[in-house]
Design a protein around this ligand. Structure first.
Ligand code: 2HG
Ligand code: ZN
Length: 462
C-alpha cells in the first residue's frame, strides 16, 4: 500500500478493510458491461454506516472520487471504476437488521442480495415481490440506485414502490434518514425518491426498510409460440383481461437459440419467430377455464401457433430459464445493449418503427430482442461479431442508438427503462429528459454532493 492517500484514509477510518491487490481491483472495478478497463485506487469494504460516513468525509476533504458498489450486475457502467476512484463496496454490510410484523417491513443493510431478501421475507410468511435473473448477486442498494424493475413489474411495480425508508450517506458525509417507514407523510419533498434511481451520484444508500406483501398465489407458467411481432400486443391484451398476470415476457427465436446453445431442451419441435413466457394465478377451476379460453381465443385467431403449460415446478423453472438465461447466454458476445421503454399504449406504433429502424441499422449484426412487453420495456442486444474490434463495433452501434433515441423521443419514451444511465447511456440522456430537468438534477446533485466526489462521470456531467 504505497499510495500516501491510502495511509491517510486508514488514519481517518481506523480498522477499515482496504484491498489493493490487482485481482481485487479488477474484480471490484467493473460491472457486467465489460467495456472499460478497471483501474480503481483501492477497494474500501466498510463494516458499518459510521465507517461509510468517515470514508465519504475523508474523500470530500481529499478530493477523491467514490464509486459505490453493490453486486456490480449493472449493465450501464454505473459501478465502473476506471479512473483511479475509490470503490466503496457494501459487500460486508449485508445483514437483515429487523422485521416488523405490524408494519410488514424488513430493514436490511444495503449490501444484502435480492435473493437473501426474498428468503428473509419468506421466513416470516411474506414476500418481497421485486424479482429478476440477477437475484443471487445483485444487492438491494444497487436495486435502489437504479430503481430496478424486472420480471414482475407488471403486477408489483418497480423497486421504488417497495421502499418504505432508506438511509443515505450523502456526498456531504451527513446521514439522512428518509421516509422512516411512514405510510403517510405529507411534510414536504420526499427525498427518499430522489435517492432511488440516483445511481450513486447523491450519496450511498446504506440501509433500507422494505415493504413486504402477501406471498403470491399458486401460479401456472405457460410458454407460447407466436407467428409474428404484430400479434404480441393482442395476445398480451387477451391474457391480461382474462387472467391475473404475474409476468408476461417475450423473446425472439435468436434469444432462444443462444439460450439453448448453453444447454436445455427445445420446447417445441418447430422453430417459431417469437415466444412468450407468462405466469398467472391458478387457484381453481375458474382460473383453469379462463386459461383455456384465452389460449383458444388466441389460437383460433392465429395469434398463437403452439403452447406448453408447465406440469409442476421443475418444468415451470425450465420454461423460466429460457427467458432468464438470455443475458448470461449472450455475455460472451460482449453485446451492445439498449434498454428502452415507451408507454404501453405507444408500444405498437413504436415497435413498428423500431423494428424497421433496427433492420436497416444493423443488417450485419445478430440482434436479439426480448423484454417486459407488458411494461412497455424492450431489451435489444446487438452481438459483436467474432474478430471485430470493440471500438469499431460500439461506434457502429452508437450511430443506430442515436436514431433510436430520436424515435423514442417522438414516442415519449425513455432511453433507459430499468438499467440506468451510467456511462453507457449518458450521451442520450437529453433525448429522455429536458434540458430544464437536467439542470434541476444538476442543482440537486450540487447540494448533496458539493465536492463532486459521488460517482463522477456517471449519469450526467457537472
Ligand atoms: C432482463 O430483463 C435484464 O433480463 C437484462 O434486464 C437485460 O441483458 C439485458 O439486456
Ligand atoms: Zn429487464
Amino acid at each position: 500500500m504505497t499510495d500516501p492517500r491510502l495511509e491517510s484514509l486508514l488514519q481517518a477510518v481506523p480498522g477499515l478493510r482496504l484491498e489493493t491487490a490487482q485481482a481485487e481491483l479488477e474484480h471490484y472495478g467493473r460491472d457486467w458491461t465489460r467495456r472499460w478497463t478497471p483501474a480503481p485506487l483501492a477497494i474500501a469494504l466498510p463494516a458499518d454506516a459510521v465507517q461509510v460516513q468517515s470514508i465519504v468525509r475523508w474523500a470530500g476533504v481529499n478530493g477523491v472520487a467514490i464509486v459505490p458498489s453493490g453486486g456490480r450486475t449493472g449493465l450501464s457502467g454505473g459501478a465502473v471504476a476506471a479512473n483511479g476512484e475509490l470503490v466503496l463496496s457494501l459487500a460486508r454490510m449485508n445483514r437483515v437488521l429487523g422485521f416488523d410484523a405490524i408494519d410488514r417491513t424488513l430493514t436490511v443493510q444495503a449490501g444484502i442480495t435480492l435473493q437473501a431478501v426474498h428468503e428473509a421475507a419468506a421466513e416470516h410468511g411474506l414476500a418481497y415481490p421485486v424479482d429478476f435473473a440477477a437475484r443471487g448477486s445483485c444487492s438491494i442498494g444497487g436495486n435502489i440506485a437504479t430503481n430496478a424493475g424486472g420480471i414482475r413489474v407488471l403486477r408489483h411495480g418497480n423497486t421504488r414502490e417497495w421502499i418504505a425508508g432508506l438511509k443515505l450517506v450523502a456526498g456531504t458525509g451527513e446521514s439522512l434518514d428518509l421516509g422512516r417507514g411512514l405510510v403517510k407523510n405529507s411534510s414536504g419533498y420526499d427525498l427518499r425518491h430522489l435517492a432511488i434511481g440516483s445511481e450513486g451520484t447523491l450519496g450511498i444508500v446504506v440501509e433500507a426498510t422494505l415493504k413486504l406483501t402477501d406471498p403470491p398465489p399458486p401460479t401456472q407458467v405457460m410458454l407460447l409460440a407466436l407467428p409474428s411481432f404484430e400479434v404480441l400486443m393482442e395476445v398480451f391484451a387477451q391474457l391480461r383481461s382474462r387472467l391475473r398476470l404475474e409476468a408476461f415476457e417475450f423473446f425472439t427465436d435468436r434469444a432462444l437459440h443462444h439460450v439453448l446453445a448453453h444447454g436445455g431442451q427445445a420446447p417445441f419441435d418447430e422453430v417459431h419467430p417469437y415466444y412468450v413466457v407468462t405466469e398467472f394465478a391458478m387457484q381453481g377451476d375458474t382460473d383453469e377455464a379462463a386459461m383455456l379460453a384465452a389460449f383458444e381465443h388466441c389460437t383460433e385467431r392465429g395469434w398463437v401457433s403452439d403452447g406448453v403449460i408447465a406440469q409442476g415446478e421443475s418444468q415451470a423453472a425450465q420454461l423460466w430459464r429460457l427467458r432468464e438465461g438470455i443475458t448470461e447466454s449472450l455475455a460472451r458476445y460482449t453485446p451492445y445493449k439498449n434498454d428502452v421503454s415507451v408507454r404501453v399504449s405507444a408500444m405498437p406504433a413504436f415497435l413498428a418503427e423500431a423494428q424497421a429502424l433496427l433492420a436497416r441499422g444493423y443488417p450485419q449484426f445478430d440482434v436479439v430482442w426480448f423484454g417486459h412487453i407488458g411494461d412497455g420495456n424492450l431489451h435489444i442486444n446487438v452481438l459483436k461479431p467474432e474478430g471485430m474490434v470493440d471500438a469499431e463495433f460500439v461506434g457502429q452501434c452508437e450511430q443506430v442508438t442515436r436514431v433510436l433515441a430520436e424515435t423514442l423521443q417522438r414516442h415519449g419514451g425513455s432511453i433507459s427503462a430499468e438499467h440506468g444511465i451510467g456511462l453507457v447511456k449518458k450521451p442520450y440522456l437529453g433525448s429522455t429528459r429536458s434540458a430544464a430537468e437536467i439542470e434541476v438534477m444538476r442543482g440537486i446533485r450540487r447540494v448533496l454532493d458539493p465536492h463532486g466526489i459521488m460517482n463522477p462521470g456517471k449519469l450526467f456531467d457537472p
